[in-house]
Design a protein around this ligand. Structure first.
Ligand SMILES: [Zn+2]
Ligand SMILES: [Zn+2]
Length: 236
């Protein structure tokens, strides 16, 4: 890996893979699935399309991120709720694969208490996978994204050089997005600037859920407007 030309080495980013334990932590813990933190008296987020409570997919406690990322994404909890109701075809009718659509709820919120939320009876939530640590690893972009960074290689040449495993697939924090349909950073709705990756949520990694046909999803955020967070995914 150290034989990379310097212009490729300059594109090295760290990605952090979650280390999980199958048990429930505090409402404010970082986790896949399980019980989120909600404001006192707040009801569980429901789908704007079908009205059903949406399971929590991901909650990141930004104060518990690896040190290199503390403060980078703001403060508090980053939460992603996503509708899994297949009776109402929420995914297709809301085009949930696009950013900023109905059928999901993404937000940054600062928790003020440890009051456990009221869990709706009819919710089918995923068993909690608590994130107890992070494993850092190198990550590199794909040839298209490298080109945008001014590093030009033919796709085959690039893949031969860097290893087909980059950008890393699977669930990861930061690093380079593993794009399925090419570069798709959403634009911030306030400043129109392309948002950056916070978390890659892949099909069937820590959650037993598939985005379309083994699609890969990305939680993104505006660098400037940290409350502008969204989630989108693509499959081949
Ligand atoms: Zn729905
Ligand atoms: Zn912005």
């Amino acid at each position: 890996m150290n034989q990379f030309p310097s212009q490729i080495l300059a594109l090295r980013h760290s990605a952090w893979m979650p280390v999980v334990e199958a048990n429930a932590g505090l409402p404010t813990a970082s986790k896949f699935g399980g019980i989120p933190w909600l404001q006192p008296g707040e009801s569980w987020p429901t789908c704007q399309h079908c009205g059903q409570p949406m399971p929590l997919f991901l909650q990141l406690n930004l104060a518990e991120l690896p040190e290199a990322l503390r403060g980078k994404f703001g403060e508090g909890l980053l939460q992603l709720f996503y509708c899994t109701n297949t009776d109402a075809f929420c995914e297709t009718e809301c085009d949930t694969f696009f950013p900023f659509t109905e059928g999901k709820f993404v937000r940054l919120i600062v928790p003020e208490s440890e009051t456990p939320p009221v869990v709706p009876e009819q919710i089918a939530h995923f068993p909690e996978q608590r994130i107890i640590g992070w494993k850092e690893a190198d990550d590199y972009p794909d040839s298209q994204e490298a080109l945008e960074q001014g590093v030009e290689y033919a796709e085959r040449e690039w893949e031969a050089l860097i290893d087909a495993d980059f950008p890393r697939s699977g669930d990861k924090l930061s690093g380079w997005p593993h794009w399925i349909q090419g570069i798709e950073y959403p634009n911030c709705r306030i400043c129109q600037t392309p948002m950056r990756l916070v978390f890659q949520l892949d099909s069937n990694d820590h959650l037993p859920f598939m985005f379309g046909d083994m699609g890969c999803g990305h939680v993104t955020q505006c660098l400037e407007h940290k409350s502008e967070v969204t989630f989108a995914w693509a499959c081949s």
